[in-house]
Design a protein around this ligand. Structure first.
Ligand SMILES: Nc1ncnc2c1ncn2[C@@H]1O[C@H](COP(=O)(O)OP(=O)(O)OP(=O)(O)O)[C@@H](O)[C@H]1O
Length: 301
C-alpha cells in the first residue's frame, strides 16, 4: 500500500498555539514526483504546516501521512528529507566530509558523488564549510536533506536571505532532484518562485488553504478580479458557488470573491440581494495574492 501512497496526505490538520489557530482544518494531497509550493504572507501558517509534515509538531486534530507512513517513520527510514534552518555548518569539516558523515546515519543513503552533483557542490567538495559563500552553504544544507536518498524533501523558505544568483543555483539543484521523480514541498513568500518552480501551489491565509491549484491556474487568478460584499451568515456558503468564483475568503461579515468573470458574479449577487458595500477591484498576480491573503488591505484598480 505504501508503494502507491501519495507523498503527503493531510486531512483536517489543525494546530493551535494557545489561543492562536495557526493551522485550521487544512487538507491537501501531494502526488509523487510533484513540486508543491506553500505560498502565503507572514504568519499564514506555512511553517506550522511544514513542521506538521516533518513530524516536528503533533496536530491537535487531523492526520498527516508521508508516503503512507507517519512522518516519524518516514524520517527514520530516510524517505523524508529536511533542510536544517540557519545554524552554522561544522566549520572544520570539508563539504565532502560533512555530507559523508550525515550519509552514514541513514540505512540506504544516496551515493556521495550524486549528492554533490545534484546540489552543484562537486567543485567545492574539498572546501571547508566556513570557506563557502552563503549560496554554497545553503546548497550544503540542501545536500544534507538529500543524504538519506529521500523520496520527499520538505523545505521551509529555502531561498530566504539568498541573493538572486544563489537563489537560481539552489533552484537548479532542487529541480535536478525533482527530475529524478522525487517530490518537493517548499514554503515561500514569493509568487514568482512558486510560479517558476511548483506544479501546484497551496495558497495559505489565516491557517487555511484559500487556493490549491496548478501554478498555471493560480496565475489565472491574477487576471481575474475581486468582488467584495457584506453578507449575512445565511449566504456564506452560497456565494462561493456563484458563476466565475474561483476562490473565496471570508472576514467577519465581508466576503472577498476572486472571480474570473466579475460581471457574472455581480449579477448573481444582485439576484441574491447581496449588494451591500459591493466593490469590484482588479490587479495583477501580486494584487490577486493580496486579495486572497490580505483582503483588508484592498486592491488597486
Ligand atoms: N511557537 C509559537 N507560539 C505561539 N504562536 C505561534 C508559534 N509559532 C507560530 N505562532 C503563530 O502561529 C501563526 C502561524 O505561524 P507560522 O510560523 O506557521 O506562519 P508562517 O506562514 O510560516 O509565517 P512566516 O512566513 O512569517 O514564517 C502566526 O500567527 C504565529 O504568530
Amino acid at each position: 500500500m505504501t508503494k502507491t501512497a501519495p507523498a503527503v496526505a493531510a486531512r483536517g490538520l489543525t494546530k493551535a498555539y494557545g489561543p492562536v489557530r495557526a493551522v485550521d482544518g487544512v487538507a491537501f494531497t501531494v502526488e509523487r514526483g510533484a513540486a508543491i509550493a506553500v505560498l502565503g504572507p507572514n504568519g499564514a501558517g506555512k511553517s506550522t504546516i511544514i513542521h506538521l509534515i516533518l513530524g516536528l509538531l503533533t496536530p491537535d486534530r487531523g492526520t498527516v501521512t508521508v508516503l503512507g507512513r507517519t512522518p516519524e517513520r518516514a524520517m527514520r527510514a530516510g524517505l523524508l528529507g529536511a533542510m536544517p534552518q540557519e545554524g552554522d555548518l561544522v566549520a572544520r569539516l570539508s563539504v565532502r566530509e560533512l555530507i559523508g558523515f550525515v550519509r552514514r546515519t541513514y540505512p540506504a543513503p544516496m551515493p556521495l558523488d550524486e549528492v554533490l552533483r545534484i546540489a552543484g557542490l562537486t567543485g567545492v567538495a574539498g572546501r571547508r564549510a566556513n570557506r563557502l559563500s552563503g549560496g554554497q552553504a545553503q546548497r550544503v544544507r540542501f545536500a544534507l536533506a538529500l543524504a538519506g536518498d529521500p523520496d520527499l524533501v520538505v523545505l521551509d523558505e529555502p531561498t530566504a536571505a539568498l541573493d538572486v544568483e544563489s537563489r537560481r543555483e539552489l533552484w537548479t539543484a532542487i529541480r535536478a532532484y525533482v527530475s529524478r521523480g522525487k517530490s518537493v514541498i517548499f514554503s515561500t513568500h514569493y509568487l514568482q518562485e512558486a510560479d517558476e518552480n511548483a506544479d501546484r501551489v497551496l495558497v495559505i491565509a489565516g491557517g487555511r488553504v484559500v487556493a490549491d491549484d496548478s501554478a498555471e491556474e493560480i496565475k489565472r487568478l491574477a487576471v481575474g478580479r475581486t468582488v467584495s460584499v457584506d453578507i449575512g451568515n445565511g449566504l456564506a456558503e452560497a456565494v462561493t458557488a456563484l458563476p466565475g468564483v474561483i476562490a473565496a475568503q471570508r472576514r467577519g461579515d465581508r466576503v472577498h470573491l476572486r472571480s474570473r468573470d466579475a460581471d457574472a458574479t455581480v449579477l448573481a449577487l444582485a439576484r441574491l440581494g447581496a449588494v451591500r458595500n459591493l466593490e469590484v477591484t482588479s490587479g495583477g498576480l501580486e494584487e490577486a495574492f493580496l486579495a486572497l491573503t490580505h483582503p483588508e488591505k484592498g486592491v488597486a484598480g
